[in-house]
Design a protein around this ligand. Structure first.
Ligand code: HEC
Length: 126
């Protein structure tokens, strides 16, 4: 079947539109690995995608990159290195302690588990 000029034009436009989106933040879910979770490559981009709309100044903690220090020095203490399940941050993310964060759309199980893994691995600025 031969392509008409119109079909070719549409395909060209699709290619242009999809390639122009490359440099933007990922719009799909950020996927965490089973181990070796990185603050810079996994957690901070997740904050930017899911938390920054509210937490960039007026609502503490400030999660604007680089956010590690702001997260780790927040009071009440959010992260207990080595104790992911007991950390207040994880308890807010999985809904055990209110208010749940994010308030409207819960993070998915892979993301919550990934944050727990990062804390269990020492909560490093890695
Ligand atoms: C729609 C806005 C919104 C989004 C999105 C949001 N938060 Fe919040 N967050 C709030 C508000 C408002 C408060 C203050 C709530 C209160 O004190 O009752 C808060 C409070 C917090 C606190 C402090 C709790 C305390 O006890 O001091 C933490 C930690 C937090 N959010 C983490 C996050 C994280 C992590 C994300 C992303 C995964 C997130 N939030 C997404 C609005 C938001």
């Amino acid at each position: 079947m031969k392509r008409t000029a119109q079909q070719s034009f549409l395909i060209l436009m699709l290619v242009i539109v999809s390639s122009s989106c490359k440099d933007e933040l990922p719009t799909g879910a950020i996927v965490f690995p089973e181990s070796n979770v990185s603050y810079g490559r996994h957690i901070e981009p997740l904050w930017t995608q899911k938390c920054l709309s509210c937490h960039q100044g007026s609502t503490p903690p400030n999660l604007t990159p680089p956010s590690y220090t702001s997260l780790m020095t927040y009071q009440p203490q959010l992260v207990i290195p080595g104790q992911g399940y007991n950390s207040l941050l994880v308890q807010m993310l999985d809904g055990r302690i209110g208010p749940p964060m994010p308030p409207t759309e819960k993070l998915n199980d892979n993301q919550i588990k990934g944050i727990m893994t990062w804390i269990n691995e020492g909560a490093q600025n890695n």
